[in-house]
Ligand binder design. Sequence first.
Ligand code: NAD
Ligand code: DAU
Length: 328
Amino acid sequence: MRLLVCGGAGFIGSNFVRVRARDHGDDVVVLDKLTYAGRRENLQDVEHEFVHGAIEDPAVVTAAMEGVDAVVNFAAETHVDRSIAEPDAFVTTHALGTYVLLETARARRVRYVQVSTDEVYGSIEEGSFTESSPLAPSSPYSATKAGADLLVGSYHHTYGLETLICRGSNNYGPYQYPEKLIPLMVLNALHGDRLPVYGDGMNVRNWLYVEDFARGIGHVLEHGVPGEVYNVGGPDETTNLDVVRSIIEYVGASEELIEFVTDRPGHDRRYSLGSEKVRALGWEAQVRFAEGLRRTVDWYRDNAWWWEPIRSGDYRAYYERQYGRALG
Ligand code: NAD
Ligand code: DAU
């Protein structure tokens, strides 16, 4: 299959490209704007064609979609804290970018997969969201992702475009930018820096190893029913504080590094996805959280070449703005 993977130079996109090229022999074209989160290094070991451009640019998108069998869209602004500080790019990429991709896919009658998130359902105290749960997003990030999902659904309903939506829970694993909880805590623990836990640390996330999500998206691409939404949730739920304590244990750092800091505004308490529908298609998560976290800690420990340029570049200024203190 020839695939156009938008946002394929980011964390999940690059893991998806690796899985598809290695295990399925797909021809992959990556279209990526290379924001701070997109890096060619993430794909240095994978054969692919690369187009540098934005999904909101119709000329670039039209050329990149030439001759492909399907489009998988990962391209997004993905950090909730950044969406609270500066929402502009979230609106442009999620609303306008998704619209341009859908229009182009409609003109070419190309199957279209939108990669979405459990955050579109909002927070849930007990039980799990199903695909028919109402959308109740809380942040500019999740609200613009929810808007994109609604637009995707409308292109199936109105124009008969073959669309699919995959809503994943919190991913972790190799190549994740260290603004997100797990890589941030791993790198800080390895460096003996403070570990900033928001609020009381009792928020719960439903952790999904990135290769499991990549396989799940591929499964939906191949076997999903057009017009449908599929939740792809991880096998384990954990409080943030327990995640941080496990990282401390695996790295061999001290619990004294933990520092409780001001909570994120509008912070969702708990996410939980029911994934029965995608399981019925034959997908199952293979990596439990304890195993995936060990693999992730090992990967960051062994791949300083990947994170050293990040920790010594613009990221330092982001860190100082976000946490009010310099990175050690
Ligand atoms: P990421 O931030 O690591 O990567 C995003 C990629 O998109 C980068 O390569 C970036 O350069 C590219 N990009 C951003 N704006 C673009 C634009 N306008 N045009 C072209 N490329 C653009 O993100 P990620 O964590 O890999 O997330 C990928 C997708 O999966 C997103 O749609 C996100 O909402 C979704 N998702 C993420 C998670 C998670 O836990 N990380 C969970 C569920 C769903
Ligand atoms: O649920 C899927 C979503 O998971 C994706 O759609 C998003 O793109 C992705 O960023 C992620 O969102 P979260 O907000 O859940 O992830 P983050 O890593 O930012 O935070 C995870 C939890 O850890 C959250 O409760 C906030 C907390 N946290 C985060 C950071 C960065 C801290 O306590 N301290 C921190 O420094």
